[in-house]
Design a binder for this molecule. Structure first.
Ligand code: TMP
Ligand code: MG
Length: 333
């Protein structure tokens, strides 16, 4: 009976701070809480960096106690759900998948690559502020989208281009998508990439489940299926906050879910949850794929959990499994 009481109390946040609990009992509870903190062994991997491990664990426990019904997951796509590199070669982003002979000519391909070589180093430059980068990102995206429109890309050829590309989701992606579906947790993919290509990548990997919602740059095709424009307000890496406030906040499936697990690879991704009203717990996970030494400090300051050169979903999956484990127990009972 005493053991049962202790166990129940340890699940309850910091009850050992309550003054009327007899001091030795409080000590036991504090020790128990510390001991149960090691329940996610993946967090001890050397590729995992945390500014404040205790806060991370407390947030995860709070989310676990609230259960899957109170959770939403917001994730970036390129280089977050997709791999950064494979066998020493860069994996293409949704924009780069369009660099296919079926869709664009050699001259256009060359120009898009030159733009990538000019602007990508700016995007990830730790020495520049987001405000500094913002107009340059608008320049990059606008020029690329104009070039793509000039190519009169055909909608019916996108699937083939994706099939023949080396696009690759991170190892463990299936567990991630399937678990969220099983637990009926909405997944909002918030991408500055190309929505039509993104959809095709997840469709071809058999994970475009009904709980997946996407905010991205969608192509606008004319009646004959030829690209004529991009729809709506442009989304780039550093204006996701605006998209979060104007689009994500209005999504009904996300209402009543104040706990957020956020995944990204860019500092701009941190604003993807800005549209969540009355949020209670937000845990941010950042993939540090490139320029590790230059950006490590900044990433550790900015994300709760930083995954250094980790091409897998192992850590997000372990956290997700833990958070949704109370629902498993309920289902088992
Ligand atoms: P994300 O928001 O899904 O990560 O997509 C944005 C990424 O796309 C960003 O990191 C830069 C990348 N990108 C390209 O690779 N090529 C391009 O032409 C453009 C405009 C962006
Ligand atoms: Mg990204």
């Amino acid at each position: 009976m005493i053991f049962l009481t202790v166990t129940l109390f340890s699940r309850n946040a910091k009850v050992y701070h309550i003054p009327w609990i007899y001091t030795p009992v409080r000590s036991v509870l504090a020790i128990w809480h510390q001991l149960t903190k090691a329940e996610i062994p993946e967090l001890a991997k050397c590729s995992v960096l945390m500014r404040d491990r205790s806060r991370v664990e407390d947030t995860i426990y709070a989310m676990q106690r609230a259960g899957a019904g109170r959770l939403q997951v917001i994730s970036d796509f390129d280089m977050t759900l997709t791999r950064f590199a494979h066998n020493g070669k860069r994996v293409p982003t949704t924009h780069n998948i369009l660099d296919h002979r079926l869709l664009i000519d050699e001259d256009c391909s060359k120009k898009i690559r030159e733009l990538l070589n000019t602007y990508y180093p700016i995007e990830i430059d730790a020495g520049r502020t987001a405000e500094d980068k913002l107009p340059l990102m608008v320049e990059w995206w606008t020029q690329v989208h104009e070039l793509l429109i000039q190519q009169r890309i055909r909608k019916d050829q996108l699937a083939q281009a994706v099939k023949e590309s080396s696009a690759m989701l991170r190892e463990g992606y299936k567990v991630f998508f399937d678990r969220l579906t099983e637990q009926q947790v909405p997944l909002l993919i918030f991408s500055a990439g190309v929505g039509d290509v993104l959809e095709e990548v997840i469709r071809q990997n058999n994970v475009f489940h009904p709980n997946v919602h996407i905010i991205s740059n969608y192509m606008d095709f004319d009646q004959t299926g030829v690209l004529r424009a991009f729809k709506g307000q442009l989304i780039h890496t550093f204006n996701k906050r605006e998209g979060a406030l104007s689009h994500a906040s209005g999504l009904r499936v996300l209402q009543g879910r104040p706990n957020v697990l956020l995944l990204g690879d860019s500092l701009g991704d941190l604003t993807m949850a800005d549209g969540v009203s009355e949020h209670q717990n937000i845990l941010t996970i950042g993939f540090l794929n490139d320029q590790m030494d230059e950006r490590k400090e900044l990433y550790v300051k900015s994300f709760d959990v930083v995954l250094v050169k980790d091409e897998t979903m192992e850590v997000p999956n372990a956290i997700l499994k833990y958070i949704t484990s109370s629902t498993d127990n309920k289902l088992d009972a």
